[in-house]
Write a protein that binds this ligand. Structure first.
Ligand SMILES: *Cc1c(COP(=O)(O)O)cnc(C)c1O
Length: 392
C-alpha cells in the first residue's frame, strides 16, 4: 500500500489527530487536495516550474569511482542539484501553488534548521505570497545564515519561545497561527508527517523523484529495475519520493536509513523506527521515540534534517510490514561517507544524504547489485560541521 485510505491511514498508522479548532482548515484541504493535484492548470504550472525553475529532471548519475570502491553498481539521484540544493523545493512549490488554487493569500510554515523555511520562502517569493516562518528561538541562534536568507526572500521569521524552543515548538506555534487565521492562510508542512492529508500530499509532490529515477535507470543501465533503493529518513519525504514508484516492485529492496547519532543504544539518536513505539505527534499516529510514560524524547543527530523524534506514517507501515528495511548510521559514519564521496566523486553531499551513503558499508554487496541512492541535498549548508571534523 503506497496511498492511505480515505481517513489517511496506512494500516494502523496515520490519521488526523487535531484539536477541533483545526477541523475546518484540515477538512478543506482533505476535500480538495486530490482534485487540485489532478487539475490540468495546476499540473501545467507545477510541471513548468519544476522544469524551468527547479531544474528538473535531476540527473541519475552512475558513480563509477564509488561503485568500484564498494563492489556494486551505484547510481545517485541528484536532488542536490535542484534550485536551493535539496528535494524540499519540490514540496514547497507544490504546496504554495496549491494554496493559490485554494484562494489563500498568506503562507505559514515551520522550520527546524531552516531548510524547509528557505524552500518555502523561496516559493513565496516566486509566487508572490507573504510568508511567515516559525522557528525555535534556539534554532534561530544556531542557524543564522538560513534566518538571514529567509529575511532576504521577504519572509517574516517568528521565534517559537515555548518548550525546548526547537522544531516541535515551532510546529505547535504554526498550528496556533493557523487556527487564528483559517480563512486566508495555508500551512506549508515540510515533511511526510502531520495530520492527513499532509503525509499523502507531500508524498505525491515528491514522487517525481522515483518517477524520473525509474525511467532514467532503464535508459542508462538497459535493465528493468535496480536491486536496491536507499534513502535517509528524517520525517520521510525524500524517502517517500524515492520509494514511491518502487513500492509495488517486490524484487526491489527498499532501505531507509535513520540517524543513529552517537549510537543506537546511546540515548542520543533519532532512530525512530528502530527505537520508537506507537504514539501521536503533530497530528498523526506513528512510531515515536518516547519514554515509558509517553513523553517525547529529544532526538539527536549531527544532521539537523534527521533530528526529528517522529517519522511519517507510510514508513512506519512499510517497516512493520517488512517491506522496508531500516538501518541506522552514526554521526561519525555519516561524516566518513561524506568525505569519501567528496574525494572519490567530487560531490559534497548534505549530512542527511551522507547517512544513506554510509549504509552502503552495512550491506553485503555483490558485483551484480544495482543500487540507487537518493542524494537528497548538497553539503554547502554543512560546511562548518565538515570543516570542524575534517582531519588531514
Ligand atoms: C530536510 C532534509 C532531509 C530530511 O527530511 P525528509 O523529510 O526525511 O526527507 C534529508 N535530506 C536533506 C538534504 C534535507 O534538507
Amino acid at each position: 500500500m503506497k496511498n492511505p485510505d480515505e481517513l489517511g491511514y496506512y494500516g494502523e498508522f496515520g490519521g488526523a489527530f487535531i484539536p477541533e479548532m483545526l477541523y475546518p482548515n484540515i477538512q478543506e484541504l482533505q476535500r480538495n487536495y486530490q482534485s487540485i493535484l489532478a487539475d490540468e492548470k495546476f499540473v501545467c504550472q507545477y510541471e513548468d516550474l519544476l522544469r524551468n525553475y527547479v531544474g528538473r529532471p535531476s540527473p541519475l548519475y552512475f558513480a563509477q569511482n564509488l561503485s568500484e570502491k564498494k563492489g556494486a553498481k551505484i547510481y545517485l539521484k541528484r536532488e542536490d542539484l535542484n534550485h536551493t540544493g535539496a528535494h524540499k523545493i519540490n514540496n514547497a512549490i507544490g504546496q504554495v501553488l496549491m494554496a493559490k488554487h485554494l484562494g489563500k493569500t498568506r503562507i505559514i510554515a515551520e522550520t527546524g534548521a531552516g531548510q524547509h523555511g528557505v524552500a518555502t520562502a523561496t516559493a513565496c517569493a516566486l509566487l508572490q505570497l507573504p510568508c511567515t516562518v516559525y522557528m525555535g528561538e534556539v534554532d534561530i541562534e544556531r542557524q543564522n545564515p538560513n534566518v538571514q536568507r529567509m529575511k532576504m526572500l521577504g519572509a517574516t521569521v517568528r521565534p517559537a519561545q515555548s518548550g525546548s524552543k526547537t522544531l516541535k515548538d515551532a510546529v505547535n506555534e504554526a498550528l496556533q497561527d493557523w487556527v487564528q487565521n483559517a480563512e486566508d492562510t495555508f500551512y506549508v508542512l515540510g515533511s511526510a508527517v502531520g495530520p492527513h492529508p499532509y503525509p499523502d500530499l507531500v508524498t505525491r509532490l515528491q514522487q517525481i523523484i522515483s518517477k524520473e529515477a525509474k525511467n532514467q535507470y532503464r535508459s542508462i543501465s538497459g535493465r528493468d529495475l535496480p536491486t536496491h533503493v536507499i534513502a535517509c529518513l528524517g520525517g520521510g519525504s525524500n524517502a517517500a519520493g524515492m520509494f514511491y514508484h518502487f513500492i509495488d516492485e517486490k524484487s526491489v529492496e527498499l532501505i531507509g536509513v535513520e540517524a543513529a547519532g552517537l549510537g543506537i543504544n546511546s540515548g542520543k539518536s533519532a532512530a525512530t523506527i528502530q527505537l520508537g513505539k506507537i504514539g501521536v505527534l503533530h497530528g498523526s499516529k506513528s512510531l515515536l521515540i518516547q519514554t515509558e510514560d509517553g513523553q517525547v524524547i529529544e532526538p539527536h543527530s549531527i544532521s539537523a534534517g534527521l533530528d526529528y523524534p517522529g517519522i511519517g506514517p507510510l514508513h512506519s507501515y512499510l517497516a512493520t510490514k517488512g517491506r522496508l528495511k531500516v538501518l541506522g548510521c552514526t554521526d561519525d559514519e555519516a561524516l566518513a561517507a561524506a568525505y569519501e564521496l567528496t574525494k572519490v566523486e567530487g560531490i559534497l553531499p548534505a549530512l542527511e544524504s551522507a547517512h544513506a551513503l554510509a549504509a552502503l558499508n552495512q550491506l553485503a554487496l555483490k558485483k551484480e547489485d544495482e543500487i540507487i541512492v537518493c542524494l537528497s541535498g548538497r553539503g554547502d549548508k554543512d560546511l562548518a560541521t565538515y570543516i570542524k571534523n575534517f582531519e588531514k
